[in-house]
Design a protein around this ligand. Structure first.
Ligand code: SF4
Length: 350
């Protein structure tokens, strides 16, 4: 019988090593990933986050996968920055449904100074509700990162998207180095980093390995690593790109788990296209975070109650925050399962 693998936390991966992991027989790769997962995390627990689009569309960047880019006509309805009160109402609803983290996303290249007071109020208000906070607002300078950290923001999301080599095929309006700089400002300000990428954009297998190598070789591993499967949106330049094989996606989750053993690996955009069995394999491969609800920014997310049913089938429990009592959390989730309703947790972003 094969011995369970052990894994050190490394920052010196080579492309050859990553490619070798991808090339393992599927069952060996998943066994290794699951073994490592159990060294660092409680099995059968998945962290649940809720995501709200606080400003939608008309983004100045040209990310070729994104319906929110102002460069493409996808029919997306544009929305200004939401009022603070509305954001807090949505956050309270998310908490009542069992979310432990509330993520707020704005389609900006970077926040303007005039937006910062509102953003700060949102962070403080959501924190006061007892939720962890995460924001994704585009590039940050050092001062903005310090301001957000001062307001109590727990996580900042800024993805690397793909490999440095393929990046120019996807985005031309900002550089890979711009992204690394923002990540560095976030780390220096003491916030946790949420950083991952997207697969299925027409990149090569080497590009997928190189993305994971970039993430794992950062000075600190991102605490949260979203692995997205491209959602092809009509009107974007990637609307007709070839589908990525599902096994290649599961392998990417498994390799991420092995290389980033302490990070939450998030099954993120694209989950709505995956059946229950594929999601179950992703959890086995080491994914331990999802977005919960009916919208994931502007792409569909499986219905909230479908998530709870899948959790029940798999014996998975939502990961709890230390400061949330078992009883309160269990009650909220029991409500979610029993009611079988699909409340409008999300601002209708499309
Ligand atoms: S991914 Fe973000 S930065 Fe890129 S176009 Fe979409 S909203 Fe803008």
């Amino acid at each position: 019988m094969q011995a369970a693998a052990t894994q050190d936390v490394r920052h010196n991966w080579t492309l050859a090593e990553v490619n070798a992991l991808y090339a393992l027989p599927f069952n060996d790769l998943l066994f290794q990933a699951q073994s490592i997962h159990r060294q660092f995390f409680t099995p059968n627990e998945v962290q649940i986050s809720t995501l709200l689009s606080i400003k939608t569309g008309a983004c100045a960047e040209d990310c070729k996968y994104c319906p929110q880019s102002g460069h493409y006509n996808t029919g997306l309805e544009r929305e200004r920055l939401l009022e603070v009160e509305k954001v807090l109402t949505q956050a309270a609803a998310a908490k009542a449904q069992g979310a432990s983290r509330f993520c707020m996303g704005a389609a900006w290249s970077n926040p303007k100074q005039r937006d910062m007071p509102y953003i700060i109020e949102m962070v403080k208000g959501v924190k006061e509700l007892g939720l962890e906070t995460c924001m994704t607002l585009g590039m940050l300078d050092n001062t903005q990162a310090q301001m957000l950290a001062g307001a109590g923001l727990d996580y900042y999301n800024h993805n690397l998207d793909t490999s440095p080599e393929f990046y120019g095929e996807i985005i031309t309006t900002r550089s890979y180095q711009d992204r690394l700089d923002t990540l560095s400002h976030v780390r220096d300000a003491g916030m946790k980093v949420c950083c991952g990428g997207i697969v299925g954009m027409g990149e090569s297998a080497n590009d997928r390995s190189a993305l994971l190598m970039q993430l794992a070789n950062l000075p600190e591993h991102p605490q949260s690593v979203p692995i997205n499967m491209l959602v092809k949106v009509k009107g974007t330049p990637l609307e007709n790109v070839d589908d990525l094989d599902g096994f290649e996606f599961i392998r990417t989750i498994a390799v991420a788990r092995i290389m980033l053993p302490q990070s939450h690996v998030r099954l993120s955009a694209g989950r709505s296209r995956m059946n229950e069995q594929m999601q179950a394999l992703c959890f086995f491969a080491g994914a331990n975070s999802i977005f919960y609800g009916d919208k994931l920014l502007t792409t569909d997310n499986p219905e909230a109650n479908a998530d709870m049913q899948l959790f029940a089938k798999l014996g998975i429990k939502p990961e709890q925050r230390a400061d949330v009592s078992d009883e309160a959390h269990e009650l909220a989730l029991a409500d979610a399962i029993n009611e079988q309703v699909n409340p409008p947790l999300y601002h209708a972003a499309q």
